[in-house]
Design a protein around this ligand. Sequence first.
Ligand code: KIV
Length: 249
Amino acid sequence: MKLSSLDLKSRKNIEKIAMLTAYTTPVAKCLEAAGIPVILVGDTVGMVEMGFGSTQSVTIDHMKYHVSAVRRGAPHTHIIGDMPYKSDTDQETALDSAKQLLDAGADSVKLEGPKYEIIEYLVSHEIPVVGHTGLTPQTAQNFKQVGKNEQEASRILTESQGIANAGAFMIVLEHIPSELGDNVTRQISIPTIGIGAGPGCDGQVLVINDMIGLDDTWPPFSKQYAHVSDIIHKAASQYKDEVERNSFP
Ligand code: KIV
């Protein structure tokens, strides 16, 4: 059964939320079969699937393509579509972008940073919104952990509260100290989904390519539950040998 944004919101303090990213139909199909309740079609697609150096190169058309592919693979799973860089610069642009993602198959949208008025505007137009603070890759200078000093930690807590007050139903906390993840989680009323934010969050999200070990570098907070690159490499080598030795077909 597909969870709504309200179902997800009401899981706070009741049930932990396991979220993963997905970008393609076959992967989405596997995640739905595994019972993953919410899939994020993140703009990380630009870096992990499209070879861009930053998420800034991702467009709304790229996101629509991937959201619709994921929807075809996971018809019964809540899908969050990421608002790409500059797709939420003002209220009308944000509303238009969000509607395009919902039309492509998303159930809600996620946007980065303390854009309180934009969130309020989307929510007032019945768009369910997920916030995102801590490390915000669209505008970050690097991928180092943030929120390590008191001033930064206080900014991230204030932003989380502002995002919740603006009407977001959930928030992603990226690459911050565990104690801060724990503190934000205790102080706001909506579920926190951590990625490198410690075990105290209400749920966790990982980038699928990192967690299945596709490619060969991963963020320090990720965990590899498989090493799919090795499997592809082995299969491709075996195939090459067999074609060259004329043993396949
Ligand atoms: O784009 C993405 O995949 C994300 C996650 C890193 C949370 O925003």
